[in-house]
Design a protein around this ligand. Structure first.
Ligand SMILES: NC(=O)c1ccc[n+]([C@@H]2O[C@H](COP(=O)([O-])OP(=O)(O)OC[C@H]3O[C@@H](n4cnc5c(N)ncnc54)[C@H](OP(=O)(O)O)[C@@H]3O)[C@@H](O)[C@H]2O)c1
Length: 309
């Protein structure tokens, strides 16, 4: 996509993550200046190969760090998010999603930045089924009430090289003889990271995106079971996938909370109680001029590259 924006200065919060790194590379390739605020600059120095990217050490909960990262920026994109918190009471989700969004919006006002793009999540809802969805929903409310020129992007689960979704199942399938799967019938519409990035770029370019919420879905709806079976086929390890009953699924989630890195949790289980698919007729990728990418060819490329025995 050819940029229609003149050279701009864009501040990314959460720009060191999976989607943020793809977005930073794309914005630099389009000729923009990018500032990434990170809590751990030393871990992300590889990003400095991008010629017009600045990596700033700072805490996104600290107003001074935020304002200083936003100084001179035309736009801010907030990609900070977590799928699991350290505790279990929702305070970690509130901090990462609501408190940081509030601070970022206030810092935009202080730094004189009007344009704000929020990377939210499909089914974000203050009355949603999990702490994750509720905190994402409250953060969206704050953005909508901010008085800034905002756009909200709501991706379904995102796939792409280095994702934490298909790669995680591929890792499990390589090591387990059978895959016990909670919420196997939950429906999802995996969306390609390149399309999510294109949506963020289009939102920054297109004044008509201001004040709009875009749901970002891939071209096909799958059940979680179908995605795992597809992954199993693509890595050449045909494994039985056993759907767990709600009771066993909850027990699995509870147990996995004690595994280092918390690979699955009761909150993830509750998030998966809601189908993660776009509403028909809701503004989405095609309204931003983006043709959604199919999962299978893309995933087979990066799973083959990442395959280790
Ligand atoms: N990936 C998906 O499938 C998916 C689907 C729907 C929505 N989303 C949303 O899209 C956004 C980006 O997702 P992603 O997959 O790229 O996430 P990610 O890889 O986990 O990266 C998120 C970034 O946020 C920062 N961060 C994380 N926890 C933080 C905390 N407690 N306080 C402050 N900063 C924190 C980190 O930056 P530093 O460590 O450098 O500070 C991290 O690099 C998130 O808001 C996510 O909820 C993602």
């Amino acid at each position: 996509m050819q940029t229609r924006l003149p050279r701009r200065s864009i501040c990314l919060l959460g720009g060191t993550g999976f989607i943020g790194r793809h977005l930073a590379s794309r914005l630099v390739a389009l000729g923009h200046d990018v500032t990434v605020l990170t809590r751990a600059r030393h871990r992300h120095k590889d990003m400095l190969v991008l010629p017009t990217l600045r990596l700033r050490q700072g805490d996104p909960l600290d107003p001074a760090d935020l304002v200083s990262a936003m100084q001179g920026a035309d736009s801010v994109v907030n990609l900070i998010g977590i799928v699991n918190e350290r505790g279990r009471d929702g305070r970690g989700f509130h901090r990462a999603h609501v408190a940081i969004t509030e601070k970022a919006l206030a810092a935009c006002r202080d730094a004189g930045v009007r344009r704000f793009v929020q990377m939210s999540a499909l089914r974000a809802d203050p009355a949603g089924s999990s702490h994750y969805l509720r905190s994402k929903g409250v953060a969206e409310q704050r953005v909508r009430e901010s008085g800034l020129d905002w756009t909200i992007l709501q991706p379904s689960v995102v796939f792409g090289r280095e994702d934490d979704f298909i790669n995680r199942f591929a890792g499990l399938l390589r090591h387990l003889p059978v895959l016990p799967l909670a919420k196997a019938n939950t429906r999802l519409a995996p969306v390609f990271v390149g399309d999510v990035v294109a949506a963020a770029v289009r939102s920054l370019e297109e004044p008509r995106a201001i004040g709009q919420i875009f749901q970002l879905c891939g071209p096909r709806v799958y059940s979680l079971r179908e995605i795992v079976r597809l992954t199993s086929r693509l890595i050449g390890r045909q494994r039985p996938v056993v759907g767990l009953s709600p009771t066993l699924g909850r027990m699995q989630a509870r147990l996995m909370e004690f595994v280092p890195g918390k690979p699955f949790s009761r909150d993830n289980f509750l998030t998966l109680s809601t189908h993660n698919i776009c509403d028909s007729g809701a503004p989405g990728l095609t309204d931003l001029g983006i043709v959604p990418t199919h999962l299978e060819p893309e995933v087979s490329r990066y799973l083959r590259i990442g395959a280790v025995d």
